[in-house]
Design a protein around this ligand. Structure first.
Ligand code: F6P
Length: 546
């Protein structure tokens, strides 16, 4: 097929999808259940230990069929094959995107742009295991002979959010090795991360793919000074490790080459938790737990590669997203994990989805003909219920919700867990069924409200309903289910990028602000102000005195 024929097929499939979405726009979710008695069974999937119920999404038989046809016309299967085959799918940077290679089964042979990578991955994992085991057993100790009891992980964005999520989800309470994080260049965070720790028992792990990131290097310098003050320059070196795709820069920073853990340019920052970026977690949780996370992601990779499109969890989640975003004009999505341990999932997904697909031009540089990534936000349930759920239920925008819940209780009394689960189920139901005005009126009348009161109160107490959600259930929160959940969202994000026609693996939009910040700093250092708009110039002048 020529490029022009493929583009024409895509346009036709999008037009058919838009028509199907328009026809479905007037149909309520409840009417879909009436029209499609097999809906729950058909739209409930099992994937890598996760149970996904997409039946409360506006995927009717017709929109789903149009969505599958769209996925075929956009060649999702071909794009998936190119990704797993190590082709340079990150076209603007001419890089392969091979995070699945980081969690491959022993014996699998991946190549990035034709170069074998699996041996290097296995060697990297072996080095991580050696460090984790040596620290865990006490064979490796600090410069004064004390056992390590804390790790401070310094990194930002993709070098922070994944490890933070994994640690919060799986950490033992109380932990044997405490793991703290510092990302922001606000001194409050590194100060809190170091506070109360004994430098003689602390390992600092600096994680930066580029090893040029301002925030990370600034925090690393603070941590290094803290170590040096207590342990001297030589002693401090034994307490410092680095993870980078630019290992020479880490060495130039003064990290012992023995303690530099490499990864590769074919690992995107926001897809990197499976690499040595997860080192802190591998040490603090133990290497077996880290292997479990990899195994869960591997199971999801298998599902994504092998399940037919119509039963493929990442593909169906992407189609639900595209239907809501493009077919129904919904510009946001909320994520509410009903699991306190997963409370950082929304923050992780903000980077994964908004940095990957928050683009206005396609991979070919042309303006996109339709909207791309929605705003993603959220918080743990039930906390979110007491904050932004008001808007979800009664606001003027319809905002689809991902609800993530865990069947088995992990911490605390089982009774609390039942209450948590009941709330998760109830919110999904309430969002869809709503509450009719007639019912509210009857109730108010029954309570003796006057006509005037009923006229004013009934609309305020009415819930329009018909607000979609996806319910994702983990049997238990284990390393394996966590790995599968993260990989599910990675692949969903990738499929959306294919449908929207964007390169999901670059992030040029973060560059401008970074370079302007460097310019402001330079101007302050020199005491001279460059050319700026009047508002910026006034701020620069004012804050120069700080
Ligand atoms: O925010 C931009 C970004 O480049 C992210 O993509 C990346 O995860 C983060 O900065 C950190 O970059 P690095 O790992 O190179 O320090």
């Amino acid at each position: 097929m020529t490029d022009a024929t493929a583009a024409a097929a895509r346009d036709l499939a999008w037009a058919a999808f838009d028509r199907a979405a328009e026809a479905a726009a007037g149909r309520s979710l409840l009417s879909l259940f009436e029209a499609e008695p097999d809906r729950v069974a058909r739209l409930t999937l099992q994937a890598a230990g996760l149970r996904l119920d997409l039946s409360k999404q506006p995927l009717s038989r017709e929109t789903l069929a149009a969505g599958i046809a769209l996925a075929e016309a956009c060649d999702v299967a071909g794009a998936r094959a190119r990704l797993f085959g190590g082709e340079a799918v990150n076209v603007s940077e001419d890089r392969a995107v091979l995070h699945p290679a980081l969690r491959a089964a022993p014996g699998d042979a991946y190549t990035a742009k034709g170069e074998p990578v699996s041996a290097a991955v296995a060697e990297g994992l072996q080095r991580m295991r050696a460090l984790a085991d040596a620290i865990g057993s006490g064979a490796l100790r600090g410069s004064t002979g004390e056992r390590f009891s804390a790790i401070v992980h310094i990194g930002i964005g993709g070098s922070d959010l994944g490890p933070r999520l994994v640690w919060e989800a799986l950490k033992p309470v109380p932990p044997e090795i405490e793991l703290r994080f510092a990302a922001n260049v606000d001194g409050a965070e590194i100060t809190a991360a170091l506070a109360g720790l004994d430098p003689a028992r602390t390992l600092v792990v600096v994680v930066s793919k580029t090893f040029t990131t301002l925030e990370t290097l600034a925090n690393a310098e603070v941590a290094r000074a803290w170590l040096r003050e207590a342990l001297g320059e030589t002693g401090a070196r034994a307490h410092f490790a680095a993870v980078s795709a630019a290992p020479k820069r880490a060495e130039a920073f003064g990290v012992d080459p023995e303690r530099v853990f490499a990864f590769w340019d074919w690992v995107g920052g926001r897809f990197s938790v499976w690499s040595a970026v997860g080192l802190s977690c591998a040490v603090a949780l133990g290497f077996q737990a880290f292997e479990g996370v990899l195994a869960g992601a591997r199971a999801m990779d298998r599902h994504f590669r092998e399940a037919p499109l119509e039963a493929n969890a990442p593909v169906l989640m992407a189609l639900a997203q595209v239907l809501n975003r493009n077919g129904l004009g919904r510009g946001a999505r909320a994520v509410t994990p009903y699991a306190q341990r997963l409370r950082l999932l929304p923050a992780f997904l903000q980077q994964l989805e908004m940095e990957s697909n928050g683009k206005r031009v396609g991979a070919d540089g042309r303006p996109l003909p339709r909207a791309s990534a929605p705003v993603v936000f959220g918080d743990a349930g039930t906390n979110g219920q007491h904050a932004f759920f008001q808007l979800l239920h009664q606001g003027t925008d319809v905002i689809p919700v991902d609800i993530v819940a865990v069947r088995a209780p992990m911490d605390g009394p089982a009774d609390l867990h039942r209450k948590l689960l009941a709330n998760a189920i109830a919110q999904a139901e309430a969002l869809m069924i709503g509450r009719r005005e007639a019912e509210v009126r009857a109730e108010l009348a029954g309570r003796g409200a006057s006509e005037a009161e009923i006229a004013s109160l009934a609309p305020q107490r009415t819930f329009p309903g018909d607000r979609p959600s996806t319910f994702i259930l983990l049997e238990a929160l284990t390393p394996e289910t966590l790995g599968a959940l993260i990989a599910l969202y990675e692949h969903k994000t990738f499929v959306e990028g294919v449908l929207w026609g964007v390169n999901s693996f670059d992030q040029w939009g973060v560059e401008l602000g970074k370079s302007l910040a460097v310019q402001v700093l330079r101007e302050w250092d020199r005491g001279a102000q460059g050319a700026h708009d009047p508002s910026t110039a006034a701020l620069i002048a004012d804050l120069a005195r700080v």
